[in-house]
Design a protein around this ligand. Structure first.
Ligand SMILES: [Fe+2]
Length: 143
C-alpha cells in the first residue's frame, strides 16, 4: 500500500465567481466532484472515484458546457469562440486521460495526474475565460 497523498480541498472564493448564479452553481458542482476525487485518491480509493468522475464529466460536458456556450452565443460574447474551443480541448484531453487510465490498470498515479490536470484546468479556465463570459452576460442583461 502506498502512502496516502495529501490533497488540499478546493474552496470556492469570489475570484472564481462569474457573477452569473447558474454558471457559478455549475462550477461549484465541478469543484465538488474534483474534491471528491482528491479525497478518494488520498485514501487510495482513486479507482472507484475515477469511474464516478468520468461518468460525471460526460454528463457535465453536456449539461454545463452547452449551457454556458449557449449563453455566450446568445449574448454575442467576444470570447465565445475561445470558450467553445477550450471546452472541446477539455473533452479531448480528458478523453485521452481516461483511455490512459483504463490502459494503466487503474493506476493511482494516473488518477492523481487526472486530479491535478482537472484542478489546474478548472481554476485557469474559470479565471481566464468564464469570468469574462460572466461579465459579457451581465452587461448584456443590463442593456
Ligand atoms: Fe467555460
Amino acid at each position: 500500500m502506498t502512502t496516502p497523498t495529501p490533497i488540499h480541498p478546493f474552496t470556492w472564493n469570489d475570484t472564481l465567481s462569474t457573477g452569473v448564479p447558474m454558471i457559478d452553481a455549475h462550477h461549484k458542482e465541478l469543484i465538488a466532484a474534483v474534491n471528491d476525487l482528491g479525497v478518494a485518491i488520498a485514501e487510495n480509493k482513486g479507482a472507484t472515484a475515477i469511474k464516478k468522475l468520468f461518468a460525471f464529466l460526460k454528463f457535465y460536458a453536456e449539461w454545463h458546457f452547452e449551457h454556458e456556450e449557449a449563453c455566450a452565443a446568445k449574448h454575442q460574447c467576444a470570447i465565445a469562440d475561445v470558450n467553445q474551443k477550450a471546452h472541446a480541448t477539455f473533452i479531448a484531453t480528458f478523453g485521452h486521460l481516461h483511455d490512459r487510465y483504463k490502459a494503466s490498470d487503474a493506476s493511482e498515479a494516473v488518477a492523481l495526474e487526472i486530479y491535478q490536470q482537472l484542478a489546474d484546468w478548472l481554476v485557469s479556465h474559470i479565471l481566464k475565460i468564464d469570468t469574462n463570459i460572466g461579465r459579457c452576460i451581465r452587461s448584456a442583461a443590463q442593456v
